[in-house]
Design a protein. Structure first.
Length: 234
């Protein structure tokens, strides 16, 4: 429990920045593609405050409670958009949907680059065994290197989670919103209208929650083996 509490500030700081970037990416993409709704709401910003004000439970209360109970944050956020714009331009709306997970993938890559810089400097080393999401990087000495290793482990793992989970093609996740890219405009409009039904969102989240573990485990292992070529994690 004491170790969980010690890591809680790192987990929450990474969560807050990563989710803020995710929603800001949605908002920025929507603005570039013709929908200024989120821009007018202040969401085209890396300042977490507008995002927290929009979703205080998902950005603050639930993540902190889940950190205390299970050791890592659960939460959510959202960026507003104009559904009439999405109906008029379903493919633009699909690119907006993909912008969020793409931002998390960018953070995964950035964390990986910093890990390799640490490996080259002799500050980090591949862990012998990976037991948890906060153990993706090992430090060669205690103190600041160990703190940086934990921070990069959390940044790498949490953003991989956010990217993977949001790309599941189930409502209300971003992967569902991206499907118009592979179907025609009129089927896309009918699909989006169907997916906006509240019960579909609830059902989608239940299915996604149960699917995520089996989907994420091989992706996590693949990412770790790409991060450390030849490590052979399994």
């Amino acid at each position: 429990m004491s170790e969980t509490l010690a890591l809680a500030p790192i987990w929450y700081a990474v969560f807050l920045f990563s989710v803020t970037l995710h929603e800001a990416a949605h908002a920025w993409a929507a603005l570039r593609l013709g929908d200024p709704t989120a821009y007018h709401g202040g969401q085209v910003s890396l300042n977490p405050l507008p995002h927290v004000q929009r979703e205080p439970f998902g950005m603050v209360l639930v993540p902190l409670i889940s950190l205390a109970l299970i050791g890592w944050p659960l939460g959510w956020a959202s960026a507003p958009y104009d559904p009439l714009w999405a109906d008029r331009y379903p493919r633009r709306a699909a690119w907006m949907a993909l912008a969020g997970p793409a931002s998390n993938l960018l953070l995964v890559v950035a964390a990986g680059i910093l890990v390799h810089a640490g490996l080259a400097l002799g500050v980090f080393a591949p862990p012998e065994v990976i037991r948890g999401l906060d153990e993706a990087v090992a430090a060669t000495s205690p103190g600041l290197p160990a703190a940086l290793a934990t921070f990069l482990s959390v940044a790498f793992s949490l953003n991989l989670i956010l990217c993977t989970f949001n790309l599941l093609p189930l409502p209300p996740l971003d992967g569902s919103g991206a499907l118009p890219l592979v179907i025609g405009d009129e089927p896309a409009r009918r699909y989006l209208a169907f997916m906006r039904q509240p019960m579909m969102g609830l059902l989608g989240l239940i299915v996604a929650w149960n699917l995520f573990g089996p989907v994420f485990r091989p992706i996590h292992l693949l990412a770790l083996n790409l991060l450390y070529p030849g490590a052979g994690y399994h």
